[in-house]
Design a protein. Structure first.
Length: 128
């Protein structure tokens, strides 16, 4: 029976880690940036995000502040469905350029030479 509790705790640890990784992705925060903001090592963050070490409530509170969300948003949905709100997703700016390319209307293009070159020049470049 105690072994089952350990398995459940590990499952919960991994679920919380997954929720934090999802929130980090939504907020575009890397593990290194999170470590720097929390003033901990990247290894500390990595062990917890991989589910090897459990988060405590103080860790969750600090991470929630860095990710600008509530602690309940970092918990698996089965635990917080009653009061959970959808997190705000930051949208990327839309590309308003035509066909995704730089604006080409005001680009000055080189003009073609329409006049014939003198005969001595034509013989130098291999023309008739």
């Amino acid at each position: 029976m105690p072994k089952r509790r350990t398995d459940e705790a590990q499952t919960l640890t991994r679920q919380v880690a997954e929720e934090i990784r999802v929130m980090m992705t939504r907020r575009r925060v890397t593990g290194a940036a999170l470590a720097k903001a929390l003033d901990v090592s990247a290894t500390w963050v990595s062990y917890r995000l991989n589910g090897q070490v459990a988060f405590d409530l103080n860790d969750l509170e600090r991470i929630a502040k860095v990710l600008d969300c509530r602690v309940i948003d970092l918990l698996p949905s089965a635990l917080g469905t009653a009061t959970r709100e959808k997190p705000q997703v930051t949208e990327r700016p839309r590309d308003t350029r035509p066909n995704g390319r730089p604006e080409a209307r005001n680009v000055r293009r080189p003009q073609r030479i329409t006049t014939a070159l003198p005969a001595p020049v034509m013989t130098l470049i291999g023309g008739a």
